[in-house]
Design a protein around this ligand. Structure first.
Ligand SMILES: Nc1ncnc2c1ncn2[C@@H]1O[C@H](COP(=O)(O)OP(=O)(O)O)[C@@H](O)[C@H]1O
Ligand SMILES: [Mg+2]
Length: 174
């Protein structure tokens, strides 16, 4: 069955490293927004362009799934709603959704961010103390039920379905 893997975790958790491994193992298409943001715009975030980019990459991911190609979506996905939306969209295609959550403690995270900056500065961007703290404060850690997909979640109040929610969250998805 065609599978979409969704990487979840804070910066420095090791998502892209594991995404590369999964892509090689499964012959999957890896979609890492940083691989596009940096060459296109020279920065990790530019006036909301990251959300626009992610929308088109999500659209591409679902196209690939329809063609029978496994995909690794390497977004981080800090919010539960983002993850629920992508799970719903993938399952609506009759494909298999697999969340890959990589927890990371603060010390390890900082060491890995420093290691990445020292070893591959061209593929990354400097992270500030504020960025790291912002991530910790806003990351919604998936619980066991979410990881196992035991509790299907409906769209948030005010949204009729996940497809519409996704088009609002990621302009250019629709
Ligand atoms: N399991 C691991 N053990 C040790 N170092 C790792 C591990 N996974 C990734 N790294 C290193 O940590 C840094 C950040 O990894 P990366 O995959 O870029 O994280 P993310 O994509 O989650 O921000 C990289 O320098 C990478 O080589
Ligand atoms: Mg990464």
């Amino acid at each position: 069955m065609t599978t979409l893997f969704l990487m979840v975790g804070l910066p420095g958790a090791g998502k892209t490293t594991e995404a590369r491994r999964l892509a090689a193992e499964h012959g999957a298409l890896r979609l890492t927004p940083d691989d596009w943001m940096l060459p296109l715009f020279g920065t990790a975030e530019a006036d909301g362009k990251r959300d626009v980019l992610e929308g088109r990459l999500l659209w591409l991911a679902l196209e690939a799934v329809r063609l029978g190609t496994d995909v690794v979506v390497d977004y981080g996905c800090w919010s539960r709603d983002e993850r629920s939306a992508i799970r719903w969209l993938v399952e609506a295609e009759g494909a298999c959704f697999r969340m890959v959550y990589l927890p990371v403690d603060d010390t390890t995270q900082r060491a890995r961010i420093a290691h990445r900056w020292a070893t591959s500065p061209a593929e990354t961007f400097p992270m500030t103390e504020a960025d790291i703290r912002h991530g910790r404060a806003h990351f919604e850690e998936p619980d066991a039920a979410e990881l196992e997909g035991r509790e299907p979640v409906g769209p948030p109040p005010g949204s009729t379905d996940w497809r519409r929610w996704a088009a609002h969250r990621w302009p250019s998805f629709a």
